[in-house]
Design a protein around this ligand. Structure first.
Ligand code: MRU
Length: 345
């Protein structure tokens, strides 16, 4: 299992697994620059909502070190700018959650600029450690929903590589797999256009010896109809107070198909993914470069000038969701009332 992102104490640097080359090449990026972390998030060297949250936290810690300001006001100004620089992807709420948390720790500190730098480094490390604890807890809360021998359908990558370690969906799978003597099986949807399912989920689950079958996104209806799947478990980039879930493009189609076939549809995510403010019509869905669709592995697979629409995420309404599994418990048949109770607790 991967430690996707790590703070290196001696070097005062961040180390990331470079996810753009996986599974063929395993490489790392080591940097002391918050701008380089922002770039890594933007070009998806690191991706997945909790992982980019942890990266943004560490990016803020690097910015504090880089600022070299002796005056607290100057440091805070520098950090405000760094937060803007790091917020390079709009949909996953974990990014602004992490930068806002780091800013508020800095603003509320009574210490000197030098103290704030140390406090921010500790806070960034704590965000990462918390993420690992939250994932484990998601896996444990999910256990009663998963039975021995279950085959789980997932999409994109919400495994170790999408978090600091273990994963959200990754935790649901791994905790059940451990508990049920290795009897859990997984179907991973390829997840066009960036192929996180094929490149990352299949890779990390196979590394852990979990029986994993790769399908293309268009095969989901067929595997559901053939009775191959016991439940779906997907991650989330943003969960609203209404229970709407924004996740990788294709999730909504999978949820509709699951409903038609009476297959339970679960969403696994930490509390840092919950956004109690935004309305479902106001979520900014990232639209990515059309060449992601026009090309595979750097080669055109269509007319190079083909018109493309490439939204990276979609939003699934609560009526299609059987339960949301968080690190604080499970919300069955989510609605605003239940989400509020969970959040306020
Ligand atoms: O574009 P990506 O690869 O960052 O999208 C990732 C997803 O949609 C994941 O399912 C989501 O972030 C949850 S990760 C635990």
């Amino acid at each position: 299992m991967f430690r996707t992102i790590e703070w290196l104490d001696e070097e005062q640097a961040v180390r990331l697994v470079d996810q753009t080359k996986l599974p063929l090449v395993t490489g790392h990026i080591i940097t002391t620059s918050h701008e380089r972390v922002a770039h890594a998030i933007k070009i998806m060297e690191i991706r997945g909502a909790p992982a980019i949250g942890a990266a943004a936290g560490m990016g803020m810690a690097l910015a504090a070190i880089e600022s070299k300001s002796k005056a607290k006001d100057e440091l805070l100004d520098f950090l405000e700018k760094a937060a803007v620089t790091l917020n390079t992807r709009p949909t996953a709420v974990n990014l602004t959650w992490a930068t806002s948390r780091m800013l508020s720790v800095a603003r509320n500190s009574k210490g000197s600029a030098a103290d704030i730098v140390n406090i921010l480094v500790d806070e960034a490390k704590e965000i990462a450690e918390e993420d690992i604890r939250m994932c484990r807890s998601i896996g444990e809360y999910a256990l009663p929903l998963i039975k021995p021998g279950f085959t789980i359908q997932t999409i994109c990558n919400a495994g170790s590589l999408a978090t600091v370690h273990l994963g959200t969906v990754g935790a649901v799978i791994r905790v059940a797999h451990e508990k049920y003597d290795g009897s859990i099986k997984v179907y991973a949807a390829e997840t066009r256009p960036r192929q996180q399912g094929a490149r990352l989920t299949v890779f990390e689950l196979m590394e852990d010896g979990i029986d994993t079958t790769l399908i293309t996104d268009g095969m989901i209806g067929t595997v559901f109809r053939e009775g191959r799947i016991d439940c779906c478990v997907v991650g989330a980039d943003r969960i609203l107070r209404t229970g709407h879930v924004t996740n990788k493009i294709g999730t909504y189609t999978m949820a509709i198909t699951a409903k038609y076939h009476n297959i339970p549809f679960y969403v696994a995510a930490p509390m840092s993914t919950i956004d109690m403010q935004t309305n479902s019509d106001d979520i900014e869905i990232e639209e990515r470069n059309g060449n992601e669709v026009r090309m595979i592995n750097g080669e055109y697979i269509t007319v190079p000038s083909a018109k493309v629409y490439n939204p990276a995420f979609d939003t699934t309404p609560p009526e299609l969701i059987t339960a949301i599994i968080t690190d604080k418990g499970v919300v069955k048949n989510p609605n605003e009332n239940k989400m509020r109770k969970m959040f306020e607790s």
